[in-house]
Design a protein around this ligand. Structure first.
Ligand code: HEC
Ligand SMILES: [Cu+2]
Length: 330
């Protein structure tokens, strides 16, 4: 696989892929080999030459019926075996000590029967960002999931709109997040950054619906957590253009907004932000002032109910920085 597996589930899937890859290579070489052999061996040698015609060769017929059947049966059994390993119903003696994800009833049953996990994070998938709500419920982050290394984490995922799918290849398989259902995903991973991508076409900016899983050593995680918790409650200081720009370019904003000459090329919002400061009104409803922009970024739905820009649960300081940046776009 292109992405090295770092979890047990990912390892199981990787092993299956490797075997299938070798089998396919074998079939490819066999078929192409026979083809090349026949082309050379039975080629027309002179103008009036007709090669020997073969009809109803029982040996051939049986061979090319039975051989693929055996092959498909083997693949089926291998897949079944991997699936049961992923189900973890006994193959792995601690079902939660590995990455795992399954949907609805099975998941709920497992959650109820399961040992305590170290941390449960509530995930909301929406067009087009993953939002993570941390235990204690006091802050949400967008797009980047930060967790401590070696701990068993469970993600309880719901969608705010359409079907999305959680897929971080290094951590295991794809898990659908269907409207009206909670999907869960267990994992425990070593330090590193693992990139994920929504794996179910979910509209215009689907391709930009990324999620980075940052796994930090416990001490670094604690530091990060304290910082996040603090910055959600402390009032903002003065906005900083450079910080605002960095936040904009690395945050979910780019999946929906365009600023010419930058990596922000989202096509969801109706007008580009290239010269945002020159607009009279924000979203055509309220005068374009720093105060109003702060309100807008705090929760667009309050300002213009039903607008396509979601509440992104931004922190006061991030909003102040974004306001400084956006009002600098003359
Ligand atoms: C899911 C898509 C989406 C995301 C993500 C998003 N926006 Fe928006 N944004 C919109 C849409 C759609 C509008 C237009 C709203 C309207 O006119 O009703 C908009 C409007 C705006 C406006 C007013 C623009 C105007 O034309 O008046 C600003 C400013 C803005 N967004 C900033 C941001 C920032 C900063 C972020 C990142 C923190 C962000 N948006 C993330 C979809 C999004
Ligand atoms: Cu999606």
């Amino acid at each position: 696989m292109l992405v090295p597996p770092v979890s047990q589930d990912a390892q199981v899937i990787n092993n299956l892929y490797t075997i299938l890859y070798i089998l396919s290579a074998f079939v490819f070489l066999l078929v192409e080999g026979l083809l090349v052999y026949s082309v050379v061996k039975f080629r027309r040698r002179s103008a009036g030459d007709t090669p020997e015609q073969v009809h109803d060769h029982r040996g051939f017929e049986i061979t090319w019926t039975v051989l693929p059947m055996i092959l498909i049966a083997v693949i089926f059994l291998l897949a079944l075996n991997s699936m049961s390993q992923l189900e973890a119903s006994g193959t792995l003696n601690d079902p939660l000590n590995h990455i795992h994800g399954i949907n609805d009833q099975v998941a709920i049953k497992r959650i109820n029967e399961a040992k305590k996990v170290d941390m449960v994070i509530d995930v909301t998938a929406r067009q087009w960002v993953w939002q993570f709500k941390y235990p204690d419920g006091n802050f949400t982050v967008n797009q980047d999931l930060v967790v401590p290394a070696g701990k068993t984490i469970r993600l309880d995922m719901v969608t705010a709109d359409v079907i999305h799918a959680w897929w971080v290849p290094a951590l295991g398989g794809t898990i659908y997040v269907n409207p009206g259902e909670t999907s869960s995903f267990w994992f425990s991973a070593p330090v590193g950054t693992y990139t994920g991508q929504c794996n179910q076409f979910c509209g215009l900016a689907h391709a930009q619906m990324l999620a980075n899983v940052k796994v930090l050593p416990q001490a670094d995680y604690d530091k990060w957590y304290a910082q996040q918790a603090a910055s959600s409650s402390t009032p903002a200081g003065a906005g900083d253009v450079a910080r605002g720009e960095a936040f904009f370019m690395n945050g979910p904003c780019v999946s929906c907004h365009t600023i010419d000459g930058t990596r922000a090329q989202g096509k969801v919002a109706p007008r580009p932000l290239t010269h945002f400061a020159a607009y009279d009104k924000i979203a055509q409803v309220i005068p374009n002032t720093p105060q109003n922009l702060t309100k807008w970024l705090h929760n667009p739905q309050d300002v213009k109910p039903g607008t396509q820009m979601p509440n992104l649960a931004l922190k006061p300081q991030d909003i102040a920085d974004l306001v400084a940046f956006l009002e600098s776009l003359k």
